[in-house]
Design a protein. Sequence first.
Length: 151
Amino acid sequence: MSLPKRILVATDFSETSDRALDYAIDLASRIGASVVVLHAYELPIVGFPDGAFIASADVATRMASAAQNGLDACVAARIARGVELKKVLKQDAPWDAVNAVAKELGIDLVVVGTHGRRGLAHALLGSVAEKIIRTSTVPVLTVRGPNGNAR
């Protein structure tokens, strides 16, 4: 088994994702790997009995701009740590984006944060980390949120 050379970190800009990104950067600095920071977002679509609400072009543009600004700030805060960082922004379901980017860029390891929700919260909210783990074709490392607390 060889050490990973390209690590992909999926972020939603939460404290938990920040923790996962910092972990990945620390790991990458020790093993000489690069880190790809991915943020994926979906445009809201809300269905009603008589139709659906789909985000307008203006809303889609503002969402893309806000997502890019968040990704830029996330990486800028860590650029001085001596690890090569690449930014990727995708409009897609997070787990689909992770899989597509992993294949496209030859990723060796995926790192994601997990909130550790259980029970009803997990059933209602689902788990992006769990979907990434179940669908990924490369190894996935999960990093618990601050203090391992479920939210």
